[in-house]
Design a protein around this ligand. Structure first.
Ligand code: NAD
Length: 484
């Protein structure tokens, strides 16, 4: 991505390596004008009540499904993958409907009201006050889906929302904006803009709360900027997920789970499996099984509709993954299958890659790799497994595979991460609206995006406190008054 003289941002195509798209980023003045319009409409949106917002958002879900092909096609070009790109519109529509089903009850349950626990004549109630304008800044690895995870509950809470997806994958924005325009009541409070870091900074300057999904480095800088503005920052950042495979695990199932967790979406997922710790007693057999299964996987080249592993979305990511592999090999690691990226038809691809002989001095065990790479390390006992798994600045999620779910659950108690999959990997996506979780370490900040808090975090709570009967007057407050 480079900037031309006309200020346009140029966008590469993951499958051809050529630049075939460009756009002019939204300027700070444009962001201010959009923010003013959104704020102007937000009061009506909030006052109309949740039943109204549910009805409007359900119409958006219908519009997304109606235009699913166009959105999927654009995201396919953005990401170089077909099946997932075309599934995403339906996943987003289902998420919209799911939040619509749950939002009224979540709000009702959160409305605390009753009699004071210290004074019988005082009662209380809760009033919700949504942040007027929420900014969403999202990354490139799952363009449409990740631009909506915070936006949907924020809209249901009564906020207006401005979204800026990554400048690396901007093609999906036009067809998604068409679906928003098809629902005018929604279009008044919900707007996508395109741009890079400067546009993100302009959004930061306008909003009352910021939701950011992306790298730790950018998240840290934005959190500091939000603190200076006294606005909340909800951060969903990187990961380096560990999987522990215990002695009693079914080797074939464990290898299948680890492989899927590591190579799905070419490893370009925050909750990708990035480190594998295996009981030394089964290490060699497990690695043999993992390599056998990994070697059965194909690249989606030359036919995007066939194969398992697509191209890297951007060439820079392929360079990072190659660098991690080179570093590991230079420090003594062995590549058991796969290896450095290959350029095919102009796109950068990598086969499922299994490494052994790794240690925590290597980048591949410490930094986010974001590629289809599975470094496997033996452990002597569970204390060592947990010590290694927890030896990371990240703590997004992880997994344990053991002889039984109960055993896996008991091992998981020692893992420092927010969501642990048991007897499988990468299960987080299945429980987004059901249960809350807290990221550990540098993987996030600001409260759960998942479960009821995913919606409630957008509401300031006002306590309304009522005195029934006569007020306590100053005579009751005299120093020599009888105790109440
Ligand atoms: P990034 O931090 O480079 O960029 C993310 C977004 O921030 C983009 O829209 C970018 O334009 C914007 N941005 C960059 N600099 C900015 C600045 N100074 N001010 C305002 N906005 C700015 O991250 P990325 O490379 O796009 O995304 C990959 C990262 O996202 C990985 O670390 C991955 O693990 C993480 N991620 C986390 C989750 C999660 O839910 N925890 C989900 C997906 C991806």
């Amino acid at each position: 991505m480079t900037t031309s003289a006309t200020n346009a941002l140029l966008v590469g195509n993951p499958r051809t390596g050529t630049v075939d798209f460009e756009f002019v980023p939204a300027t700070a003045a444009e962001i201010t004008a959009i923010a003013d319009d959104l704020r102007g409409a937000q009061g009506t949106w909030a006052a109309a009540g949740v039943a109204y917002r549910v009805e409007v958002l359900r119409r958006w879900a219908d519009a997304i499904e109606k235009d699913a092909q166009a959105i999927g096609d654009a995201e396919m070009t953005d990401t170089g993958r077909s099946r997932v790109a075309h599934e995403v519109p339906f996943m987003v529509a289902a998420a919209v409907r799911g939040w619509c089903d749950q939002a009224p009850a979540i709000l009702e349950r959160a409305r605390l009201r009753g009699i004071s626990s210290t004074s019988e004549s005082v009662s209380y109630d809760t009033q919700f006050d949504p942040y007027a304008l929420v900014g969403v800044i999202s990354p490139w690895n799952h363009p449409f889906l990740l631009s909506t995870l915070d936006a949907i509950p924020a809209l249901l809470a009564g906020c207006a929302v401005i979204v800026k997806p990554s400048e690396i994958t901007p093609r999906f924005v036009a067809p998604v904006s068409d679906t928003i325009a098809a629902v005018p009541e929604l279009a008044a409070v919900f707007h996508y803009v395109t741009g890079g870091a400067e546009t993100g900074q302009a959004i930061l300057a306008e909003v009352d709360a910021l939701c950011f999904t992306g790298s730790v480095a950018t998240g840290r800088a934005l959190a500091v900027a939000c603190a200076q503005r006294f606005i909340p920052a909800f951060l969903e950042l990187g990961g380096k997920d560990a999987v522990i495979v215990a002695k009693g695990a079914d080797l074939s199932q464990a290898a299948a789970a680890v492989l899927k967790g590591g190579v799905h979406n070419t490893g370009q997922l925050c909750f990708s499996t990035e480190r594998v710790y295996v009981d030394a007693a089964i290490h060699d057999a497990f690695v043999d099984e993992l390599v056998t299964q990994a070697e059965r996987l194909d690249l989606t080249y030359p036919d995007i509709e066939h194969g398992h592993i697509g191209p890297f979305i951007m060439a820079r990511q392929a360079d990072i993954v190659d660098d991690h592999l080179d570093d590991a090999v230079s420090r003594g690691a062995t590549i058991r299958c796969g290896g450095r990226s290959e350029t095919l038809g102009g796109g950068r691809y990598m086969r499922a890659t299994v490494l052994t002989g790794v240690d925590h001095g290597m980048k591949i065990m410490r930094e986010e790799t974001f590629g289809p790479v599975l470094p496997v390390m033996p452990y002597a006992d569970l204390d060592e497994a947990l010590r290694l798994a927890n030896d990371s600045v990240y703590g997004l999620s992880g997994a344990v595979i053991a002889g039984s779910a109960e055993e896996a659950g008991s091992i998981a108690r020692g893992l420092n991460a927010g969501a642990i999959s048991l007897q499988d990997t990468s299960l987080t996506i299945n429980i987004m609206r059901d249960v809350e979780k807290t990221s550990f370490g540098s993987s996030g900040l600001g409260g759960s995006r998942m479960g009821p808090n995913g919606l409630l975090r957008f509401l300031r709570r006002k306590a309304l406190i009522t005195r029934a009967g006569a007020v306590v007057d100053m005579d009751a407050l005299r120093e020599d008054a009888a105790p109440a």
